[in-house]
Design a protein around this ligand. Sequence first.
Ligand SMILES: [Zn+2]
Length: 77
Amino acid sequence: MMSADAIDNACDLEEMQRAQALSNHKNKTTHQPLVVDGVRCCIDCGDSINNRIKMLPNAVRCVICQEQFENQYGLEF
Ligand SMILES: [Zn+2]
């Protein structure tokens, strides 16, 4: 018969795997900057956002696409 500890450990492992899968998923859905020939580009339309990242170094979209994205999802990624 399994001890209570063994059952706890099994649950912890499952929990860990779920957390790991979730974090992998988040990493995949976190958008990396798109760089084309050394120029940072909008990940949605491909326009250069070099001017924009002077103000917002983490920006991955141009102003227009970012607005659309936020309207659609209500989130800033
Ligand atoms: Zn764009």
